[in-house]
Design a protein around this ligand. Structure first.
Ligand SMILES: Nc1ncnc2c1ncn2[C@@H]1O[C@H](COP(=O)(O)OP(=O)(O)O)[C@@H](O)[C@H]1O
Ligand SMILES: [Mg+2]
Length: 296
């Protein structure tokens, strides 16, 4: 059964998609895992990271002739998903921008979450991980989808709004049955610069307080406090100008997309990025494993 990892924060622009991309690509490229990304965001940003425009045209054609559907239709239960292979170990169920039109009405019924999870467990058995890249704000989608995840990770940037969004995300999650799901394995501080040591410490304290307050509002305690100690990842997802630039974009069709080339060490700045990305993704796996052991 694949581990489903949800990357969520109600706030937009906090680095969800970039973090999801890097986790998925590192697990597959560096750790040899089979990974499936589900792009659950109508903005289709992660689809653009892994599918170049020319290939996306082909995917549209393929969907028509094979009668397969993009992410949101699959998620609500109206068809078989397109599974696009980006590399040998990495695949994606793409979203498409046309979904922007229906996004505001979209509600995933609670029952669908069980059948979707079952479908993933039964049919997508080759994958070790399913990474869910979620939209901001679409509460009728985020809430139910998170419930089928094996772990939740929240990116937090240098804005107190991202913290408020985290507070409400945890509250909604814990207020909806089953209220122990999914385990929150931590917040990742994103887009901080390496020199901002003091800021990073301030944010660690703030996140801890927000997590405590959110759980306390339901008379609960963070369930992994003893096992994981801190609700904030030790590793920071640092800002790097080249990470702001990982969309696939036009290129020679024989070449891999940009992020894959970065992780394969094919760019001048590969080692800079790998120096903080590999330890971060190691911590992701470690935290998931600990959570599984403690909560089984
Ligand atoms: N570690 C990073 N370094 C540099 N830029 C980043 C980093 N993470 C995110 N960004 C940039 O910040 C913006 C928002 O990130 P994105 O991942 O799209 O957020 P979200 O999915 O939460 O809306 C994008 O322009 C992205 O390129
Ligand atoms: Mg996004």
């Amino acid at each position: 059964m694949p581990r489903i990892v949800a990357i969520a924060n109600y706030k937009g622009g906090v680095g969800k998609t970039t973090l999801a991309s890097v986790i998925a690509a590192t697990l597959s490229e560096k750790f040899g895992k089979k990974v499936l990304i589900i792009d659950a965001d109508p903005q289709s940003n992660i689809t653009e990271v892994f599918i170049p425009p020319t290939s996306f045209e082909k995917v549209l054609g393929y969907a028509k002739t094979q009668q397969k559907v993009f992410s949101l239709e699959w998620i609500v239960g109206s068809g078989e998903p397109i599974v696009y292979r980006a590399t040998e170990n990495l695949a994606i169920v793409p979203s498409k921008p046309e979904y922007i039109g229906l996004a505001k009405y979209l509600i995933v019924p609670a029952e669908r979450v069980y059948t979707l999870r079952k479908e993933i467990d039964d049919k997508l058995t080759e994958f070790n991980y399913v990474i869910l890249d979620l939209p901001p704000q679409m509460y009728g989608l985020i809430g139910p989808l998170i419930k089928m995840a094996s772990a939740l990770i929240t990116p937090v940037t240098k804005t107190s709004f991202a913290l408020t969004a985290l507070y409400f995300l945890i509250r909604d999650m814990r207020g909806t049955p089953p209220n122990d799901k999914p385990p929150f394995i931590g917040a990742v501080l994103t887009r901080f610069r390496t020199v901002e040591k003091a800021n990073i410490e301030i944010y660690r304290k703030r996140v801890r307080r927000i997590v405590e307050e959110a759980y306390a509002s339901y008379g609960m305690k963070w369930e992994l406090e003893e096992a994981l100690k801190s609700p904030i990842f030790e590793r920071v997802f640092y800002a790097h100008p080249k990470l702001a630039d990982i969309r696939a974009l036009p290129f020679d069709p024989s070449e891999n997309v940009r992020l894959i080339r970065v992780l394969r060490g094919k760019t001048k700045y590969s080692s800079q990025i790998l120096s903080f990305v590999e330890p971060l993704v190691t911590e992701v796996e470690k935290r998931i494993e600990i959570a599984e052991k403690v909560l089984q």
